[in-house]
Every structure is written in C-alpha cells, then in structure tokens.
Design a protein around this ligand. Structure first.
Ligand code: ZN
Length: 134
C-alpha cells in the first residue's frame, strides 16, 4: 500500500512521546489505514530499557508495518547503520525525530535511507475534541 501521508494527530503523538522520553529513545512501528499512517505501535518495555530501542525493534521477528519511528537524543536525524538495516526490513516510511522535537524536527526516509516526503493530513476523528499543539 502506497503511503499518502501521516495523520496530524499521529505526528503530534510521536513528537510528544519523543520529547517526554528524551534522552531515552522512543521507538515504534507505524500502522497505516487506507494509505495514511494513523497509529504507532510502541514496543513494550521501551521506556525502561537503556538498550538501543532501534536495535530491539530490528530484532522483532516478522515485523510487518508501514514503517518505523524512533527518536534521537540530539538534533542529528541522520539514520545510523542500524537504522538503515531496519528501514530495509519493513515498510517504506521511516520517521526519525530529533531534539527539540517540534513540528520541524523530524524527517522521513524510505527503505533505502533516502529522504522522502510525508504529507501531514488532517483527518476527522469521531467526536474527539483535541487541543492543537501547533
Ligand atoms: Zn537512529
């Protein structure tokens, strides 16, 4: 399924989670619905472990997802070797969030580690009154 974009709320969630988890890494798998990323599956135990989240993500058997997301503790959002290895394994949409985790501090890569566009989409969620973060 071709990924058309990410729901604004999902991106909010990713940035908030990255911020609150720093300096620990936040990592999860992206789930899509009709080509739009609307959900993040967070790894159990991510918060408490000091092992690299991306490595534990990589070690999951049979990972299947639209892609992955993880945070870097600093402003550098370039994928590491381990990141690229994970990118090639599942999905075609891999988000890295970096310090300071605001609406501009994230980048999406394809399975080869090249920067790709990921439009932010405004979806209507049922009867949900959410505060606007941005
Ligand atoms: Zn990384």
């Amino acid at each position: 399924m071709e990924i058309k974009g990410i729901a604004r709320e999902t991106l909010h969630f990713i940035l908030e989670a990255s911020r609150s988890m720093a300096p620990l890494e936040f990592a999860g798998l992206l789930q899509e619905k009709d080509g739009v990323i609307t959900e993040v599956l967070i790894l159990p135990g991510t918060e408490s472990s000091n092992k690299s989240a991306i490595l534990r993500l990589y070690m999951l058997p049979n990972i299947k997802a639209a892609g992955s997301v993880h945070s870097h503790p600093g402003p550098n959002r370039s994928p590491s070797k381990a990141d690229r290895r994970l990118f090639s394994k599942t999905g075609d949409c891999h988000i890295i969030a970096g310090f300071p985790y605001d609406k501009k501090s994230w980048t999406c890569y394809d399975r080869t580690g090249k920067v790709r566009k990921l439009p932010i989409l405004d979806l209507e969620f049922e009867e949900e009154e959410e505060e606007e973060f941005f």
